[in-house]
Design a protein around this ligand. Structure first.
Ligand code: 3EB
Length: 364
């Protein structure tokens, strides 16, 4: 039963590996600075790492971790996500982007402020311009380093549900973001629809637009969800330009290993948000969507490569007080006896005002 104590704490470090690419997620403040196998380190926290501690961090996402279980003891101030690779890593900087790559894989981290009181090195006019500039820079880095295929993009910015004036009118900032992102795709050789990367888009407490991405020399296999209209085919009532992402992507590496990226997944059936106001039902619907994406990925590969109870989950909740209930729902739906589901829970705004939860995952 769900109330029974579990043998392992739920928030212990977890991850996985294809043999070439590995992921480690931990509630810890210190990155492994100077790790020669590090491709990218992402720090999710409201706490800015000082001096030496921030040395190994490529990008900070302004989001607080929330306890995924009652009585966890002291909460870490953040969640560290580290991507590692086998093989030699080289690094570079291009405008607002910093990146590391191997012969097969590229990690890019972009931080771009909008106009405000402060004047960082790179400033965009508004969130549409910031999105366009971030993706244009991302595509420039990919072209310069010879990576033809985006695999996974993570998009985070402040006030995602707030309306903002732009020359096109007053629109929700998420919809402005979609305009800028799609414009950059259209100006590039990269498809904004079929073959688009897996992605997520979430609202932070503040700070600049932060985008990070994984790209590869080989094209990933993109996955859609038959329960949902493809996001790039959403009707216009969700905004003048569609979001440019696939529901999932599978990357195969040179050694035959495979990794599945499940995009941010919410309580959407067809193109409609469902279970308004009911966070448990929204969580269950999101998980049905994830189980479907995993099944589609396996169907495409012709074998049961991935299973939904073995993924690494990142759960975003709009209301902090929902964290325990959402985490319990994930365990109840996906966990079987004695099995711990690997997850972290973060406080975030979801890109439709009525959505209370969004869940993404990585599978090995
Ligand atoms: C959805 O399914 C929920 O704009 O990149 C999920 C994943 C969502 C990615 C994005 C948005 C994005 O429409 C929101």
């Amino acid at each position: 039963s769900d109330s029974q104590p579990r043998s392992q704490p739920r928030s212990q470090p977890h991850g996985g590996s294809t043999g070439v690419l590995s992921l480690e997620v931990a509630c810890a403040a210190a990155p492994d600075a100077g790790d020669a196998r590090l491709l990218g380190a992402v720090w999710h926290s409201d706490v800015v790492l000082a001096g030496g501690a921030s040395a190994g961090v490529d990008i900070q996402i302004a989001m607080s971790p929330l306890p995924a279980e009652a009585a966890t003891g002291d909460q870490a101030g953040g969640v560290m996500e580290q991507w590692r690779v086998s093989g030699a890593v080289r690094e570079g900087v291009r405008g607002p982007a910093r990146y590391r790559c191997t012969d097969d894989l590229l990690f890019v981290a972009i931080t771009l402020a909008e106009q405000s009181g402060e004047r960082p090195r790179e400033v965009a006019r508004d969130i549409a311009a910031a999105a366009q500039q971030a993706y244009t820079t991302l595509f420039d880095v990919m072209a310069a380093e010879g990576f033809g295929h985006l695999v996974r993009c993570w998009n985070y910015f402040a006030d995602i549900n707030r309306h903002q004036a732009n020359q096109l009118g007053t629109l929700e900032r998420y919809r402005l973001f979609n305009i800028g992102r799609q414009a950059a795709f259209e100006a590039s050789e990269h498809s904004a629809d079929v073959g688009a990367p897996a992605a997520c888009a979430l609202g932070t407490q503040g700070g600049p637009l932060t985008v990070y991405a994984l790209a590869a020399r080989q094209a990933p296999r993109c996955v859609e969800n038959p329960r949902q209209v493809s996001a790039y085919r959403y009707p216009e009532r969700y905004g003048p330009k569609s979001p440019s992402f696939s529901r999932g992507s599978v990357l195969s590496d040179a050694k035959g290993g495979q990794v599945l990226f499940v995009s941010g997944t919410a309580s959407i059936v067809g193109h409609e948000s469902v279970h308004l106001g009911d966070v448990v039902a929204q969580t269950e619907e999101s998980l049905r969507n994830i189980v479907t994406v995993v099944a589609e990925a396996n169907r495409g590969l012709g074998r049961d490569a991935f299973s939904s109870h073995k993924l690494c989950y990142k759960v975003f909740v709009r209301r902090p007080e929902d964290a325990l209930m959402v985490a319990d729902t994930v365990h109840r739906v996906l966990g079987s006896e004695g099995e711990t589901i690997n997850m972290v829970v973060l406080r975030a705004d979801v890109c439709r005002a009525e959505l209370l939860v969004e869940i993404e995952a990585v599978g090995f």
